[in-house]
Design a protein around this ligand. Sequence first.
Ligand code: FAD
Length: 567
Amino acid sequence: HPSLSKVLVVCTISGGGLVAYSDVRRPFSGVYADAAQPTIKKKKLVVLGTGWAGTSFLKNLKDPSLDIQVVSPSNYFAFTPLLPSVTVGTVEARSVVEPIRNIVRKKNLDVGFKEAECFKIDTVNQKVHCKSTQKTNSGGNEEFTVDYDYLVIAMGARANTFNTPGVIENAHFLKEVEDALRIRRSIIDCFERASLPSTSEEEKKRILHFVVVGGGPTGVEFAAELHDFLYEDLTNLYPDLKKYMMITLLEAGDHILNMFDKRITAFAEEKFKRDGIEVKTGSMVVKVTDKSISLKERSTGESKNLPYGMVVWSTGIGTRPVIIDFMKQIGQGNRRVMATDEWLRVEGVPNVYAIGDCATINQRRVLEDISAIFSKADKNKNGKLNVEDFTGVINDIVERYPQVELHLKSKKMKNFVQLLQSNQDSAAKQTTQLDIEKFKSALSEVDSKMKSLPPTAQVAAQQGEYLAKCFNKMKECDENPEGPLRFRDSGRHRFKPFRYKHLGQFAPLGGEQTAAQLPGDWVSIGHSTQWLWYSVYASKLVSWRTRFLVIGDWARRFVFGRDSSRI
Ligand code: FAD
């Protein structure tokens, strides 16, 4: 009954007499035996962050023997791939978020949630120090600590400014739901300001110049959404301002979407040109003031000033200060990103795991291991292996390090594998000798490409699911410490290493057109791919509630257009 402050539950289990006791004002923190019985204490699992990685972990966790505490400044999960749509009102903010308490509300799991930010991780005393996001009566933010036996860090990353002066003060980021809402308001502000009678022609031109910095998937998708909003909706409402509107996309590299297939890059650049979005490649932003952006052309070194009305900064991600501090503590201070092994354990600290954008699998160690596999195969072969030896080495590497498989598609590697294949088919199969150096040089290309997995929702969600499955089996493994045969050698974890499965990537380009790069280098571009995008994203939404809301928003937009009220 809600009016009862204490709940006493007597559980009758075989062997009898266990009492579960909980004070509803405090999080349930364990199961205690009555005086006659030995205490059964639940292991404390603390999860930091409720983004893609943390939520996927919690959704897949099934072990009721854990006392789980979740700490995050957001009491919801946000479906980030739809944030660019939120910036222009194609989709409403509330349609892409789901309360975290709804997600973790599972009958047999003991989960507590604290809306707070972790500001320090103390691995010596196994505690995390947190600060509430809510103000107390005295006006400050309450600080508290949470003990852990296992810690899962899933705090994501922050926007990277490369220390460019003026970015934090003047640019918008597109990382969180609040950012998307701020951008939406700012776009309308620009139009209303430009409509005022006192605004000069020159000012109108400046105010309605929208600049996007960063030609990656997020920057490109935002530019496309903005273009549709401006030319499908706002031109009808502000017809006099149409001639002043302009969108510029700045990219420091030679092309936009350079992580995609060349066909997609070319299509996107061509489409943006047709749409009137100015794409400036090879342009480095060196400073941002409240009204202009200073650029430096990479090829000529020439400097330029670009007046603007609103700028959105989307140039990738950087490590959060709390993680930098933690890395210094654990001897990873010389790294840019926190390193884990392939089982997602933070290197050098027991019982601490890191998933999602806040960490990366340490590939240097992987490569050392690959080298060792290779040397073993090369033993007594004087640098020459036959086709079978090579096939064995490749199979061994791919089985152990599936990430490598992704990069077997690199050009050098493709040529090499083709050569291997043709030799395998030839009559000289057993005797053909292949130069080990060729394989090594192919591997060096793999080396440079497999530095890290991409910081995407796909990787984060798969890591969360993988780690939850490990936790679900942890008890069973503790009872059978030998583990599966393959992992019995010393130093090996008892589970199979994390294996990332790439399911493809979308790049929405506006005007109901999307590009998709699907597994097997399959490229699809156009209106039909947009429908594929609608169906994939609708199916990936975290709940039926959000699915219903998002599909409703899409339908509303088709019928009535986007809402331009400034609320
Ligand atoms: P996040 O999802 O960022 O979650 C981090 C969590 O940690 C949040 O809940 C945050 O509140 C919490 N947190 C932060 N600081 C603290 C702290 N001090 N203490 C405790 N908790 C903390 N990826 C794709 O695969 N496909 C896409 O189409 C795609 N589109 C994107 C569009 C946009 C606009 C953005 C910004 C990203 C997009 N991504 C996409 C990338 C994807 O969102 C990220 O890779 C993914 O969110 C990473 O998941 P994460 O759990 O590591 O971090």
